[in-house]
Write a protein that binds this ligand. Structure first.
Ligand code: S3P
Length: 424
């Protein structure tokens, strides 16, 4: 489907079960493919990003079978027999490249036209320091990447970017290196890799923004993937802008619940039950709240939908220290500001963020996702909650990378006719 038509304004009410966490899903597949024995994974994300990682691991020799809701993985990986196509997934390509750096042989990793624009030198530089040969187009800056792995040594690396993907890539390479590998980050990022390596029996030490992995074998285990908080954020904001929404079963651990703190600062009426990972959001009068560099890693994927909340809030919001957004699935500073402006919101780009001036109502819009699933879903929430009339979202197919059932869930909470495929 190319375009989605969304008909606002509608109340958004009900319970939404979001897909399995995308970050956790990639890692569950990768670690169980590296482990000895059979692991099972329940609740795996059904999006295309994770499916691409699954296919790549099969190319490397992992035996992965899907049995209803349960995925069974018999570990064991070697040099892949063909190019690894990571689709749209930055997490997939960066984590797999780290894993391939630890495997004897040559791996070639590529992706779609959006992924092939994103920076890979952030992993290529430290993986080379560990002893891997990494090359790619533009002097190894972008994919396709060629990795000749094996024979690595552990390093201590102070990463210039706060990126869980960079950290995870090096930790995965470090599993087969000689000596331990330490990554130091400018700001702490999500800890899924550290948490899951521990569950697979690997020794990992975490101290604030410093993490060390000790090489060693992985032992197969069973992983239950929790709901994805980044997907829940769309429904939470939809509830806050007009309705009442409950999203159960979420991962609310380190580095992923930051959006709830930001929304609370904006005046959101939220109930959070950490024991069940349930978040309830009720219609609230929001006010603008600024975001700075130290907040960004904790909300890095939620900024498009937080920007929609800011656009519907009283007052202005300044987002700074967020230059990383320029190298996401789209240039998310440019695409978020363009999306808001299409709805009649006053918003301006800054080199490292944006300024958003809230307004009570939006005008219906023609939005282009620019190939970015999160821009498309943020626009759908803006339209349903604040824009009276029909909004068209072009490039809706990008949503399949992470949340293929989003439009159905929108109908589930906003009623029949809330959205439908549009011509053209
Ligand atoms: C992710 C880390 C973040 C995030 C991405 C998922 C991960 O990327 O934006 O969607 O699973 O490690 P960066 O590491 O580039 O910040």
């Amino acid at each position: 489907m190319g375009r989605l038509r969304v008909s606002g304004i509608r109340e958004v009410k009900g319970v939404v079960r979001v897909p399995g966490d995308k970050s956790v899903s990639h890692r569950a597949l990768i670690l169980s493919s590296l482990a000895e024995g059979v692991s099972t994974i329940s609740g795996l994300s059904g999006g295309e990003d994770v499916a691409a990682t699954r296919r790549a691991l099969v190319r490397m020799g992992a035996d992965i079978t899907v049995d209803g809701a349960l995925v069974r993985v018999e570990g064991g990986v070697r040099e892949p027999d063909d190019v690894l196509d990571c689709g749209n997934a930055g997490t997939g390509i960066r984590l797999l490249a780290g894993m391939c750096a630890g495997i004897d042989g040559v791996s070639v990793l590529t992706g779609d036209r959006y992924l092939r624009r994103r920076p890979m030198d952030r992993i290529a530089v430290p993986l080379r320091r560990m002893g891997a040969h990494v090359d790619g187009r533009e002097n190894g800056r972008v994919a396709p990447l060629v990795v000749r792995g094996g024979g690595l040594r552990g390093i201590t690396y102070a990463s210039p970017v706060a990126s869980a993907q960079v950290k995870s890539s090096l930790l995965l390479a470090g599993l087969s290196a000689q000596g331990s590998t330490t990554v130091i980050e400018p700001h702490p990022t999500r800890r899924h890799t550290e948490e899951m390596l521990t569950a697979f029996g690997v020794r990992v030490e975490v101290r604030e923004e410093r993490v060390t992995v000790h090489p060693g074998p992985l032992t197969a285990t069973d992983v239950a993937v929790p709901g994805d908080p980044s997907q829940a954020a769309f429904w939470v904001v939809a509830g806050l802008l007009g309705g009442e929404v409950e999203v159960p079963g979420l991962y609310l651990g380190h580095g992923r619940a930051g959006f709830l703190d930001v929304l609370s600062r904006m005046g959101a009426d939220l109930d959070v039950d950490p024991a069940t990972g349930t978040v309830r959001a009720r219609a609230s009068r929001l006010r603008g709240a600024d975001l700075e560099a130290s907040h960004v890693p904790g909300v890095v994927d939620e900024i498009p939908i937080l920007a929609v909340a800011a656009a519907a809030a009283e007052g202005s919001t300044i987002i700074s220290g967020a230059a990383e957004l320029r190298v996401k699935e789209s240039d998310r500073i440019a695409s978020t500001v363009a999306m808001l402006r299409a709805f009649g919101v006053a918003a301006e780009e800054r080199p490292d963020g944006m300024v958003i001036h809230g307004r009570p109502a939006f005008t219906p819009a023609e939005v282009d996702s620019r190939g970015d699933h999160r821009i498309a879903m943020a626009a759908a929430v803006a339209a349903i909650a604040r824009a009276e009339g029909d909004t068209a979202i072009a490039g809706w197919e990008a949503v399949a990378t992470s949340y293929p059932g989003f439009a159905e869930d929108l109908v589930g909470v906003a009623g029949a006719g809330a959205c439908a495929p549009a011509d053209g």
